[in-house]
Design a protein around this ligand. Structure first.
Ligand SMILES: [Ca+2]
Ligand SMILES: [Ca+2]
Ligand SMILES: [Ca+2]
Ligand SMILES: [Ca+2]
Length: 237
């Protein structure tokens, strides 16, 4: 009887040791980084494939939009580090004498009324997502597309002005459909377009006026205004 108890205890101890060893092996394999299914550090991979430019001090700097101006310089210069031609006039930021100024390129001769109701238009004023967003409703009976937009931003206090033109690629509104478009640089998502956070948009603490012209090919443009209250200029970049 005693022998039986003893052998039972030995087995129990052996099982515990085996369990501890397998647990330790699992922990160490997980921490060693040798797991072939583990994804590489994306930040490192991204940085190694980032386009770069040599700045004035001879240092290599990241130039995401390849316009010849490093991202860090664009943020202080006032241009968009994600767009080579921030204002949309066809001249790259580096060559553009007025990189935040463009005349209105929308010259519509069509006289049809654009059956779009602006249901909401605002410039959010919160720390994490300060951006222009517009909610559109197609009140007509046909699908609308080929949209573009021109807008000027005026600083209410010092009257500084910027202007931008963009084709709203991919925007299509079925009859009766409502969609919201955002100008926040999150362009991998549908309905999101570039917005220059380095300009007045993201840096001025004064109130701003956005004079917006929305246009779809063959239709009369729609004009409307959005005001941004004075306050924080902290934005996501
Ligand atoms: Ca750049
Ligand atoms: Ca740029
Ligand atoms: Ca330009
Ligand atoms: Ca320009």
């Amino acid at each position: 009887m005693k022998e039986k108890m003893k052998s039972k205890k030995i087995w129990k101890a052996a099982l515990m040791v085996a369990l501890i060893l397998s647990l330790l092996s699992f922990v160490f394999t997980g921490c060693s980084g040798n797991n072939p299914n583990q994804k590489p550090n994306t930040e490192t991979s991204m940085n190694s494939s980032q386009p770069t430019v040599t700045d004035s001090t001879g240092k290599t700097a990241i130039d995401t939009d390849k316009d010849g101006i490093p991202d860090s310089v664009e943020k202080t210069y006032g241009t968009n580090p994600y767009v080579a031609d921030t204002d949309g006039d066809g001249v790259n930021d580096k060559e553009d004498k007025e990189p935040l100024k463009i005349e209105n390129l929308i010259k519509e001769t069509g006289t049809s009324t654009l059956d779009v109701k602006i249901e909401d238009a605002r410039v959010e004023d919160n720390k994490d997502a300060d951006h222009l967003e517009i909610t559109l409703n197609n009140t007509g009976k046909t699908t609308l597309n080929n949209f573009d937009i021109y807008y000027t931003i005026t600083d209410k206090i010092d009257k500084t002005q910027e202007s931008y033109y963009q084709k709203l690629s991919g925007l299509s509104l079925n009859a009766g459909e409502t969609k919201t478009i955002h100008f926040d640089n999150q362009v991998s998502e549908a309905g999101h377009y570039f917005g220059n956070m380095s300009g007045l948009y993201g840096t001025s603490k004064n109130g701003l006026i956005f004079d917006i012209q929305l246009h779809a090919k063959d239709f009369q443009p729609l004009n409307f205004q959005v005001e941004k209250a004075e306050g924080t200029a902290e934005v996501a970049d």
